[in-house]
Ligand binder design. Structure first.
Ligand code: SF4
Ligand code: SF4
Length: 294
């Protein structure tokens, strides 16, 4: 079993994992160098695309479902798992490996990664890992640093190419991924959780739909009275109809508003008055459940 994260068993918490990284892995800054190469023809080519844990961010799912020309629901059903863990704060989505002996990534084609230009964040980052210093007033939003991951079968470190961390990140097109990753962290590391808050199953469902099942979220936005009840800029509404990135931006704002109580979306005052007292908040904030596909 390989992983694009430091080795960990199931009982290791995120905090313990971060502590281990802080203690055991040399830290790299943007201008630090490392030696690495990866190209077709190497004896290990694509061996890292088997039996691997690839955690997907909302932006990964957006890019992949668009690349494959399918809806977010179809993508999630066909290609992912959403493992449920005890004390889980927010849902996680991982690529579901094929059911063959090698547990091959479902996106691996004969000539390599079939979605290469839209491959997920962990596949771009390797051999770099990213960690954040914990002990800051901002919690996990403290100093970020990189470290090198060395998978046992990977021959990439024998290749002669030299990179700085910055060059590698540029080469892998990490900019957009980092930007969306930071916005997503505002949700997963929200003060709500730091203050001991937990999400009910219904709210977890909302979180999942808004962040990962974007086409279902679009149905919720445009198929309900949401846009009559909330004051959303007309141009932004127009953009959201066809632009997945615009819709994901609104989804993040909606999660912050409906789950964490931030004033990121504005309700019309007359709507709040009308609902006050007899408001069924679930009806106001919750999208319909996604039907399982057979
Ligand atoms: S998404 Fe592509 S690069 Fe990532 S594991 Fe699958 S085949 Fe490999
Ligand atoms: S060099 Fe490493 S990253 Fe590249 S194909 Fe081989 S095992 Fe995978």
């Amino acid at each position: 079993m390989t992983d694009h994260q430091p080795p960990a068993d199931d009982r290791v918490t995120r905090e313990q994992l971060q502590d281990r990284v802080l203690a055991d892995y040399p830290r790299l800054g943007a201008d630090d160098q490392f030696q690495f190469g990866c190209h077709p023809g190497m004896s290990c080519f694509n061996c890292c695309c088997r039996d691997v844990n690839i955690f997907l961010s909302p932006y990964d799912v957006l890019r992949l479902k668009r690349r494959l020309g399918i809806t977010s629901g179809e993508f999630l059903d066909r290609y992912t798992l959403t493992p449920v863990q005890k004390d889980m704060r927010t849902p996680v989505v991982v690529l579901r490996m094929r059911n063959d002996e090698a547990k091959t990534c479902p996106l691996l084609g004969k000539a390599g990664c079939s979605v290469y230009t839209d491959r997920p964040w962990p596949c771009r980052m390797y051999p770099l890992g990213l960690a954040a210093q914990k002990d800051t007033p901002d919690g996990w939003r403290g100093e970020r640093f990189y470290f090198l991951l060395k998978e046992a079968d990977c021959k990439g470190f024998e290749e002669p190419q030299q990179w700085t961390v910055r060059e590698w990140l540029d080469n892998q097109g990490m900019d957009a991924y980092d930007e969306w990753g930071e916005a997503f962290k505002e949700l997963t590391l929200h003060r709500f959780f730091e203050d001991g808050g937990t999400l009910s199953p219904q709210k977890l469902h909302m979180f999942f739909t808004a962040c990962y099942d974007l086409d279902r979220f679009r149905e919720f936005v445009f198929g309900s009275t949401l846009l009559q009840r909330f004051d959303v800029d007309d141009d932004f509404v127009h953009e959201m109809r066809t632009d997945d990135e615009a819709l994901l931006r609104f989804a993040f704002l909606w999660v912050r508003f409906s789950l964490f109580g931030e004033p990121t979306v504005k309700a019309h005052p007359e709507v709040l008055d009308a609902f006050r007292g007899s408001l069924d908040k679930r009806a106001l904030f919750t999208p319909p459940a996604r039907e399982a596909t057979p």
